[in-house]
Design a protein around this ligand. Structure first.
Ligand SMILES: O=c1nc2n(C[C@H](O)[C@H](O)[C@H](O)CO)c3cc(O)ccc3cc-2c(=O)[nH]1
Ligand SMILES: C[C@H]1O[C@@H](n2cnc3c(N)ncnc32)[C@H](O)[C@@H]1O
Ligand code: MET
Ligand code: SF4
Length: 390
């Protein structure tokens, strides 16, 4: 039984035989992808306050020391990103700051907001105004919280991390696998194209990895909303001394993900944390969000490769590299299709998400008759050679 599954009424009935089958998968059992993609993003860490204290994480600040970006700072970062040709504003930050963070709640109140989600909505609106498509990963969300921001996001995400009860998530305030799965389910119910994934090396075993991947598959089978699954290795940092999983472990974990998930779901590894070159033949087909202008604020010791280096990685594997939007092709619709884009448009489970899966505010942004709109449509059409700014 997955911890917390009862509490959140999660019944995925994952057969033991399916787990056993996955445990036998090796890199030889899967095919390499025939193309690689990435998204050009600007990372906007709204707040460093977090209700949890995951032991692998250096991102969060303790109460009294946490910060909140101002609307002006958000706008400035978005502008820098859009000028550098980015299409995605990645809002990833501490999980719903609790009451101990009086500095954050006071600051939110001063700016006229009751909650981080209300503020996230404003932040996403700023990103859209500045010509970027928001992808928010604010951690766990209730259905109500997610509904508050779903219609201003091109896609959203949360890492499942693992279905196991690991020490890395111990303590009074901690990630709960049932709650994570509930967040992924909420996205399905709201028709939000979603990114999730597993964190490898935080104390889980191979069975846990198999179970985690099958749990993601089960939710995707129900809602058709998982666009990509990140297989991320933990990296050591000044707060923690987790041992980084070796290449053989990551090869097997990626192959397992590829075998567990239906073909349409991408498998992503982050090229700043993982030995991407050595994982491509295990089924990786996406390198995630890569930023030409900001750090990976979650793992700031690990620099993004230059966009040109992604080209080299793809060349070495003998596959083309394409830039993509934060929303994967099959969830795109509206103007992108009118311009000759032939991606399949899935039926959105919630009718109020407009034409396909993109909410109206996001459709308007990609349809807009301006330079940003043209840029989005060109990326979606995979126009011409990849233009990499010097
Ligand atoms: O720079 C990062 N981007 C992360 N991303 C961004 C991701 O690479 C892209 O935003 C998506 O591929 C959408 O384009 C995440 C997105 C999610 O929805 C969930 C988890 C992550 C994790 C990271 C991460 O650790 N570092
Ligand atoms: C956004 C995601 O970043 C990941 N994350 C947090 N800390 C680390 C680390 N030390 N190494 C690798 N990934 C990490 C978690 O999986 C979180 O969900
Ligand atoms: C900065 S970590 C990423 C977002 C969120 N705090 C989570 O762990 O899911
Ligand atoms: S990984 Fe996310 S939830 Fe965990 S402590 Fe860091 S910011 Fe908070």
């Amino acid at each position: 039984m997955i911890p917390g599954a009862d509490e959140y009424d999660i019944d995925l009935s994952i057969p033991e035989e399916a787990i056993d089958r996955l445990l036998d998968v090796t890199p030889n059992d899967v095919d390499a992808a025939d193309a690689l993609t990435f998204s050009r993003n600007v990372f906007i860490p709204l707040t460093t306050a977090c209700r949890y204290t995951c032991t692998y994480c250096t991102y969060y600040d303790v109460p009294g020391e946490a910060t909140l970006m101002s609307p002006a700072e958000i706008r400035e970062e978005c502008r820098i990103g859009a000028d550098a040709g980015c299409t995605e504003a990645l809002f990833t930050f501490g999980d719903d700051p609790d009451d101990r963070y009086t500095e954050i709640h006071d600051q939110l109140a001063e700016w006229g907001h009751d909650s981080i989600h209300e503020y996230l909505r404003e932040a996403c609106e700023i990103a859209l105004e500045e010509g970027l498509l928001p992808h928010s990963n604010p951690g766990d969300q209730t259905r109500e919280q997610m509904a508050e921001v779903a219609d201003v996001n091109a896609s959203m995400g949360v890492m499942l991390e693992t279905t196991a009860d690991v020490r890395a998530h111990s303590g009074g305030r901690r990630k709960n696998p049932g709650q994570r799965l509930n967040t992924i389910r909420n996205a399905g119910e709201l028709g939000v194209p979603f990114t999730t994934g597993i964190l490898v090396g935080i104390g889980e075993d191979w069975r846990d990895r198999a179970e985690s991947l099958l749990a993601i598959r089960a939710l995707h089978e129900r809602y058709d909303h998982v666009q990509e699954v990140i297989v991320q290795n933990v990296v050591p940092n000044e707060r923690s001394n987790f041992e980084q999983p070796d290449v053989a472990t990551m090869r097997r974990a990626v192959a397992m993900a590829r075998a567990a998930l239906p073909e349409e779901v991408s498998v992503q590894v982050p090229p700043n944390l993982s030995p991407a070159r050595e994982l491509l033949d295990c089924g990786v087909d996406d390198l995630g969000g890569v930023s030409p202008v900001t750090d990976d604020y979650i793992n700031p010791d690990y620099e993004w490769p230059a966009l040109r280096e992604l080209g080299d990685i793809a060349d070495e594997a003998g596959v083309p590299l394409y830039e993509r939007l934060p929303t994967y092709d099959r969830y795109l619709s509206s103007g992108l299709r009118r311009e000759g884009f032939d991606g399949r448009v899935a039926d959105a489970p919630d009718a109020d998400r407009g034409d396909g899966w993109l909410p109206p505010a996001v459709c308007e942004r990609v349809d807009a008759d301006d330079a940003h709109g043209a840029r989005f449509r060109s990326v979606a059409r995979r126009d011409g050679p990849l233009s990499v700014p010097e």
